[in-house]
Design a protein around this ligand. Structure first.
Ligand SMILES: Cc1cc2nc3c(=O)[nH]c(=O)nc-3n(C[C@H](O)[C@H](O)[C@H](O)COP(=O)(O)OP(=O)(O)OC[C@H]3O[C@@H](n4cnc5c(N)ncnc54)[C@H](O)[C@@H]3O)c2cc1C
Length: 484
């Protein structure tokens, strides 16, 4: 079963996983509030089969079998091109509204597999296990979430200092079969709709924190793994009325590992700081960002198109202030596309085990994209204003009492019908001002860590990598500084 359809994906969620939603424990598959999201995720799996030419590739180890292209371990430019095509197609399933479709963590995991040289700073058995796990993900076409951000509750101290040290996931013991881990992780998007929780390094951690230096994966129904959902923002409305909220709430959870046993075969880093502290910098900027940047590009393309339609329907496309806003989104879209092309063109071998990733400069998008995404929502609100509220349900147009009235009083400009007008502005509402839209904006702000951490990190990496400007030379030539 290398590629699953939607029904097979849903069947995989039938177990005794522990999920709390609102004020009670719920059964993922039968919980009424989850039905739209479950359907949305099931259709993602059907979609990859329907779009097999783009999304699937032949499994190199199993003749005759296919696998998700997001699980390619990239070794050359062609691998990246094939993966690019797949990631673009995957993103178009939700037009970038789903941030955490399984291809995301698949790309991360495949990047980790590609960087065997990092794992070789320790006992190679850990990377052997990781490779075996990667194979299990291919064979089962699994849905993974990742839980990497520490549950740093007290921001007056370090992520792993003070009270935070005991609250976030750490090792507390060993058994014959594995290790015991305890603590929270903030957050795990898609948690209830996954097969596995993959916990791996985020930012480097200090020497005293070996017990936090862990990488492992456990099934989502593992004893002691407890998911606490945020309120669900999916709505029980038709797809026409709520194109995103009706099926694309990817449900974030705060997860507690309440003395979870991680079997040794699923333990990929166990206290080795040399390995732990090099994983993110050695994989994320080029590899992971390929997935996130392509998704962002697809979302920006959709936003540009949507805003242009909104302007046409209100007859305001020619207005200078409106054109300026449309041009702004267009710029974000083109800049993102250009950054991806440039990074893929400059792709190269990373490390010494043949990993081939886009250039790390792609990570610059991480330091600007959150602002662009928030600005896009601001523009949608500015262009949409009350129009996003004067949007009758599309079914109401069929009502014999009021249908004609709505058609008469709420038509679009430029020959657009009232139904078309309502459909476009309902989409804009769901994109920018629904409850899910608020969560999505927060996701764009934080899913790769905070903007300030990203920017400060970019500066420090540049300096560490030997950035040399010409200012001193310029001033010296001008006689402003004495040569030593
Ligand atoms: C919807 C959503 C889904 C998510 N999904 C996942 C997931 O599935 N898995 C996962 O692991 N993580 C996930 N995350 C990310 C994670 O939860 C954190 O939100 C993220 O890492 C940032 O949180 P933080 O507390 O570490 O932020 P911080 O980096 O502490 O930032 C908090 C605030 O402090 C400011 N700040 C931080 N550092 C500095 C500094 N050096 N100088 C100045 N200001 C600073 C920031 O600008 C920010 O405003 C998700 C986040 C969201 C919002």
């Amino acid at each position: 079963m290398a590629v699953r359809n939607g029904q097979q994906f849903l069947a995989g969620l039938k177990d005794d996983r522990v999920v709390y939603l609102g004020d009670r424990k719920v059964d993922t598959l039968t919980e009424p509030r989850f039905q739209g999201s479950l359907q949305g995720m099931a259709e993602y799996f059907d979609y990859q089969i329907e779009n097999a030419d783009d999304c699937l590739v032949a499994d190199p180890e199993k003749p005759g079998e296919m696998m998700s292209a997001s699980l390619i371990v990239p070794r050359n430019k062609e691998d990246l091109a094939i993966r690019h095509k797949a990631l673009d197609r995957f993103a178009r399933y939700s037009y970038g509204m789903l941030g955490r479709t399984p291809d995301y963590v698949n790309v991360v995991l495949s990047g980790h597999v590609a960087r065997r040289d990092i794992w070789e700073k320790g006992d190679p058995v850990y990377h052997d296990r990781l490779t075996k796990f990667h194979r299990e993900v291919i064979d089962g076409d699994l849905s993974l979430t990742h839980a990497i951000a520490h549950a740093n509750i007290d921001k007056s101290t370090g992520d792993l200092a003070g009270m935070n040290a005991d609250l976030t996931v750490h090792k507390v013991g060993e058994t014959q079969n594995g290790i015991i881990v305890r603590g929270g992780k903030m957050l795990a998007t898609l948690g209830p709709f996954t097969d596995e929780f993959y916990v791996y390094p985020s930012a480097p951690i200090p020497t005293r924190a070996e017990r936090h230096a862990l990488c492992f994966s456990v099934p989502s129904n593992t004893k002691g793994l407890i998911m606490f959902c945020r309120d669900h923002y999916g709505v029980d409305e038709s797809r026409a009325d709520a194109p995103f909220s009706s099926r694309f709430d990817e449900q974030d959870v705060f997860v507690v590992f309440d003395d979870v046993e991680v079997p040794y075969e699923r333990l990929f880093i166990d206290g080795n700081l040399d390995v732990y502290n090099n994983v993110t910098r050695g994989v994320s900027p080029g590899n992971t960002l390929q997935q996130t940047a392509i998704r962002a590009k697809v979302k920006l393309e959709f936003a540009y198109d949507l805003c242009t339609l909104m302007a046409r329907i209100t007859g305001s496309e020619q207005r200078q202030d409106v054109a300026v806003m449309l041009g702004e989104i267009h710029t974000y879209m083109i800049m993102t596309k250009a950054a991806i092309i440039a990074a893929e063109e400059r792709a190269h071998v990373w490390g010494t085990s043949g990993a081939f990733f886009p250039h790390r400069d792609l990570a610059a998008l991480r330091s600007i994209m959150p602002e662009w995404m928030s600005r896009v929502n601001q523009i949608i609100r500015a262009l949409g204003s009350h129009n996003m509220l004067a949007t009758p349900s599309l079914d109401l147009f069929q009502d014999p009492d009021v249908g004609d009235m709505l058609r008469k009083y709420l038509p679009g400009a430029n020959g657009f019908t009232a139904e078309q007008r309502a459909a476009v502005f309902r989409t804009a509402r769901d994109f920018a001002i629904s409850a899910l839209a608020g969560r999505n904006e927060l996701y764009e702000m934080f899913y790769l860590g905070s903007l300030n951490r990203a920017r400060a990190g970019d500066h420090m990496v540049a300096q560490r990598n030997g950035w040399k400007g010409e200012v001193m030379e310029f001033l010296t030539k001008n006689g402003a500084f004495l040569k030593k």
